[in-house]
Design a binder for this molecule. Sequence first.
Ligand code: GMT
Length: 375
Amino acid sequence: MKIGILCYPTYGGSGIVATELGMSLANKGYEVHFISSALPARLDITNPNIFFHKVNVQTYPLFQYQPYDIALSSMIYRVVNLYKLDLLHAHYAIPYAYAAFTAKQMLKEDNNDIPLVTTLHGTDITLVGQHPSYKHAVEFSINQSDAITSVSESLKKDTLQFFRIKKEIQVITNFIDNTEFEDLNECQRTQFASADEKILIHVSNLRPVKRVEEVLQIFKNVEKKVKSKLIIIGEGPEMEKVNQFLEENPELISKIRLLGKVNDLYRILRLSDVFLLPSEQESFGLAALEAMAANTPVISSNAGGIPEVNIQGETGFLAEIGNVEAMSNYTIKLLSNDELLAQMKINAKEQAIKFDLKNILPIYEEMYKTTIANF
Ligand code: GMT
């Protein structure tokens, strides 16, 4: 089977899921064509079954905004024709489902067509997609897809609540390849903390929905009771809030490490004791699943799909969105009790195994086959 994957190339969760899925399919012998504005962050382009097609946008002084979606549709049309693809898989409705629909219309002019699967990831439904500027086009392109999947039950519910969806939405959860966490070298721990200190970690693209100021506030509360350090991984618009917090709390400067984007994320997760995710919205929380796969329990809000991943009292603790006091107390409770921490590390890993790639990949393959058969 030849599959075209349309995704964001950045460090956002949808791009990571699309890339990991495409690479796993390629390892199983599928021919996978990535169509994106840049090489996806984790894509192994050396795999002979993987192809990358960069969408080039011609800049022209007349345009205030360059018409990316037109270039994307043209590229999809061209790749489907040249490589004789069997199926398109759009990750994130905006603009991928919409551009793929346009490409399908172009193909139909040649008496050709291709099935389209759209996977909804979160902010395309809960945030950006609801804006009046996009809403109708998002609803339309989701309905024009031949199959629709969502990464959690919570996101499916939100989609049905906010849009008039005429087709069945299949929940196929995000996944993790636990083999990537085997034999991770932990020797760096001393670079981040001394033996008597615990390590708290937060990984995100530091957008407002991540509530990074609460991560800092939780750490401030925890640090008063438990000797600890905080690692923040990622870059984004809320970095200014982090800098402001450090200016107001100079005594914490030596205890907070800002690492930006890193390549060896899993090794750093592996040496951490607790992952903080106080998000306002989270359709799934892939970052939390990655932490769990590295044996790291999660203290989180109960937003969106997080409770489907982080189980209260088992893999960590959850509190109402914005309840910094509860999340701080849970973290203190966890980090002050070595027995509880050890047990939750085991539970976190067991939970990650339930979401293992080998369980989820066959579901995607089956869905592709059914979609093509019904087309
Ligand atoms: O929130 C992010 O960090 C990025 C965002 C995206 O659109 O790529 O992530 C969304 O998709 C991920 C993969 O399916 C989910 O794990 C995230 O929960 C979801 N983010 C939100 O819903 C805010």
